[in-house]
Structures are given as structure tokens and as C-alpha cells.
Design a protein. Structure first.
Length: 116
């Protein structure tokens, strides 16, 4: 079980940076980085703070498939997760029509990229 990887996946899924978690928990960003990269194992108290900042129950970090069906972080690279996080962040300001247009554009780009 890799708690750091799980924390990172949930953080990125929610569109939060390590700085956002730092502000919510008071834990230093460099410490959060060490946890996410598996260099440090957080105490239960620290894990509780992180869970609260991510608006998750602490048990979520110990679930076998902690992301459920929402996002399979094991198959996405960090770059892909960052890209999807940016899309999510910017798309919140779009109306429904613009979201549909953006999705159509992404589908078109993806279909031409595969055809190459």
C-alpha cells in the first residue's frame, strides 16, 4: 500500500496543489512532497489532517481501490494528471455550450493524433 501515491492521486483529482494542502493543514509543502514520493510515512494525526484538507474520510487512504471508479491514477502519468487537473480547473468557468465545444475539439484532436 502506497499512501503517498494515494494522497497525490486524490489531491490531483480534486484539483489541489501541495500549496493548497499546506494552507489547509499547516504542513510544509516539502513535507507533503516527501510523503507523496514515499520518502516519509505520515503519522495517523498527520494523515487525519490531510484527509480533512481533501474532504475525505481517513479510511479512504487504506481502501484497496481508493479512487473507486472516479479516476484510475495507476494508469495515468503525472503529466496526464496535471493536464486533466488544469482542464478541470479552467472548465468550471465555462457554460454548458462551451464545455460541449471544448469536448468536441478534444475528441477531434485525439482522433487525428491516433490516425498519424
Amino acid at each position: 500500500m502506497k499512501i503517498g501515491t494515494t494522497i497525490r492521486a486524490h489531491r490531483l483529482q480534486k484539483g489541489l496543489s501541495q500549496g493548497d494542502i499546506e494552507k489547509k493543514t499547516g504542513l510544509l509543502r516539502c513535507y507533503l512532497s516527501r510523503v507523496e514520493n514515499g520518502h516519509t510515512v505520515p503519522s495517523l494525526d498527520t494523515l487525519s489532517k490531510i484527509a480533512l484538507a481533501l474532504d475525505l474520510p481517513i479510511a479512504q487512504f487504506f481502501a484497496e481501490d481508493s479512487l473507486g471508479g472516479h479516476m484510475n491514477g495507476a494508469h495515468l502519468s503525472d503529466d496526464e494528471l496535471r493536464f486533466l487537473t488544469q482542464i478541470r480547473r479552467y472548465s468550471t468557468n465555462l457554460n454548458d455550450s462551451d464545455r460541449k465545444l471544448l469536448l468536441a475539439m478534444v475528441k477531434k484532436f485525439a482522433s487525428t493524433a491516433v490516425a498519424r
